[in-house]
Design a protein around this ligand. Structure first.
Ligand code: PEP
Ligand code: MN
Length: 338
């Protein structure tokens, strides 16, 4: 339910309303507006009638139901776009953030060289997987803690916040120590136990859409994180599985404006995993910028032909530099700054 306070309601009145809502067993999410405060009361749907009676309290203007199932991710109680801060980088709002780096952290030399290259090329955040969710158990699984350590070292050296994927909920403490933003991959988008744990930490989360996830299911996954108290969630469209085989997945670019209409959360696009081939990464990046994405995640490797994973879709540093140059007019056309 949404509890709309009167404009000019006293602080004490707000406090009393909040206490009443919590006593009824609901979690409260306050949005301080210019005119008035609005409280989102989220919890067991069965207590709706008791929340409705709050309308009789001083300071309350009206109590209205939240119609969408994604209550905190939706725009009903949070119409303004959210900006998620990763170090000094803001994702959402007027900015356009580029995340770049290799699929996997492979060695200290590799990640340091890539970090230097993507920094020069215009990336704001360095990516690198240390726990890799591979289709085959015989494929490279990642350097694990050593990978996290050298990723963080590269990030510090080149002043880039770092993002890395968490696969196992048991690694939450470990990944938390090294990452500035934690990635949930497509395969874990509905790993609700993992999402609940990430909802309880105070670091931003990048949630990737699953290859079989509808937009509503995707927003419900974000809701798991938000409902546990972590409001710093960035959504990432990375392609969905269709009948088409010419590309690795089908990049669902319409998801960007559709999600933005439904949710206040920032939305970025990962064209690399969507298309699966480096040649298509540039055109789809331009398209993503044009439809209003808040940023991109691009796989870059200093020697793609030697990559332990996803070499075929990884850009060489010079191609990445070219991409950042060439997307600028599209970013500007969408009303954003790069
Ligand atoms: C990745 O970003 O390295 C990755 C594995 O992507 P996805 O989860 O989208 O497949
Ligand atoms: Mn990859």
């Amino acid at each position: 339910m949404i509890i709309v306070m009167r404009s000019g309601a006293k602080k004490q009145e707000l406090k009393e309303v909040l206490q009443k809502i919590r006593k009824l067993g609901y979690k409260t999410h306050i949005i301080h507006g210019v005119e008035r405060d609005v409280i989102g009361a989220v919890g067991d749907e069965r207590g709706k009638a008791r929340l409705q009676s709050l309308e009789s309290l001083a300071g309350v203007e009206k109590v209205v139901p939240i119609l969408k199932p994604f209550k905190l991710a939706g725009r009903e109680i949070h119409p303004e776009p959210t900006v998620v801060n990763v170090g000094k980088v803001g994702i959402g709002g007027a900015g356009f953030a580029i995340i770049a780096g290799p699929c996997s952290v492979e060695s200290r030399e590799q990640i340091l060289a890539t970090a230097e290259a993507v920094k020069k090329g215009g990336a704001a955040i360095l990516r690198g997987g240390a726990f890799k969710p591979r289709t085959s158990p015989y494929s490279f699984q990642g350097l694990e803690e050593e990978g996290l350590r050298i990723l963080a070292e590269a990030g510090e050296k080149y002043k880039l916040p770092v993002i890395t994927e968490i696969v196992n909920p048991m690694d939450a403490d470990l990944v938390y120590q090294y990452a500035d933003i934690i990635q949930v991959g497509a395969r874990n988008v509905q790993n609700f136990a993992l999402l609940k744990i990430l909802g309880q930490i105070d670091k931003p989360i990048l949630l990737k859409r699953g290859m079989m996830t509808t937009i509503e299911e995707f927003l419900m996954s974000a809701e798991y994180i938000l409902s546990e108290g972590n409001s710093q969630v960035v959504l990432c469209e990375r392609g969905i599985r269709t009948f088409e085989k010419a590309t690795r997945n089908t990049l669902d670019l319409s998801a960007v404006p559709v999600i933005k209409g439904m949710s206040h959360l920032p939305v970025i696009v990962d064209p690399s995993h969507a298309v699966g081939h480096w040649q298509y990464v540039l055109p789809m990046s331009k398209a993503a910028a044009a439809v209003g994405a808040d940023g991109l995640m691009i796989e870059v490797h200093v020697h793609p032909e030697e990559a332990f994973s996803d070499g075929l879709q990884s850009l060489k540093p010079e191609k990445f530099r070219e991409l950042v140059r060439e997307i600028r007019p599209f970013v500007r056309a969408a009303g954003k700054k790069l």
